[in-house]
Design a protein around this ligand. Structure first.
Ligand SMILES: Nc1ncnc2c1ncn2[C@@H]1O[C@H](COP(=O)(O)OP(=O)(O)OP(=O)(O)O)[C@@H](O)[C@H]1O
Ligand SMILES: [Mg+2]
Length: 174
């Protein structure tokens, strides 16, 4: 585990944690651990190339949050709501890949759920959904360059805004 302040972090209080993940199952486990840090109103932005593992991480997150329905790639829908199986927040899983118009379009989705009362996870949301909240957790997943069969992924977490200022992201490497 490596924890360092980066000069490229958009907010002064942003802390970046970098992890190396070596299998899909470990990615899922990371999602389950991440769920423990999340609460209603949180926005998690997942970026990284096709097949990086964004949905795999979200699947673990859904398990950790204890929501209904398996998290899958929302190929035909832009967003899917997974209600909590107990009294926790629902998971709203958005694939913004085809979301051209950004936030306006997302508001038009009529999700029938209050985003401030949900945990919102957005794949491919960069430049599209930042206005949802000043506070957000950026997750970037990179595959080891050049080797398409490699299961190694580098995952970077950056907390932005006051919500994340005092959160110890280091627990994710446990
Ligand atoms: N360490 C790893 N972590 C996550 N997935 C991995 C890993 N190694 C291999 N994989 C494989 O890579 C694929 C990741 O698919 P996934 O749908 O999670 O990616 P994605 O980033 O959501 O892609 P897309 O951009 O198409 O939405 C899966 O087939 C998974 O088994
Ligand atoms: Mg995906």
């Amino acid at each position: 585990m490596e924890e360092l302040a980066t000069p490229h972090t958009p907010a002064p209080d942003g802390v970046t944690v970098r992890l190396t993940i070596t299998s899909p199952e470990q990615m899922r486990e990371l999602g389950r651990r991440l769920a423990e840090l999340l609460r209603a109103g949180d926005l998690v932005m997942l970026n990284g190339e096709l097949g990086a593992g964004k949905t795999t991480l979200t699947r673990g997150l859904g398990e950790g949050l204890g929501v209904r329905g398996a998290v899958t790639s929302p190929t035909f829908v832009i967003a899917r709501v997974h209600p909590s199986l107990d009294d926790g927040p629902p998971l709203v899983h958005v694939d913004a890949y085809r979301l051209g118009g950004g936030l306006d379009e997302m508001e038009d989705l009529d999700l029938d759920v209050s985003l401030p009362e949900s945990v919102v996870v957005v794949e491919w949301g960069e430049g599209k959904v930042e206005e949802l909240t000043d506070d957000r957790l950026h997750v970037v997943i990179h595959r080891a360059v050049g080797d398409t069969t490699d299961e190694v992924r580098l995952v970077t977490f950056t907390g932005i805004g006051r919500r994340w200022a005092n959160v110890d992201l280091g627990v994710l490497s446990a």
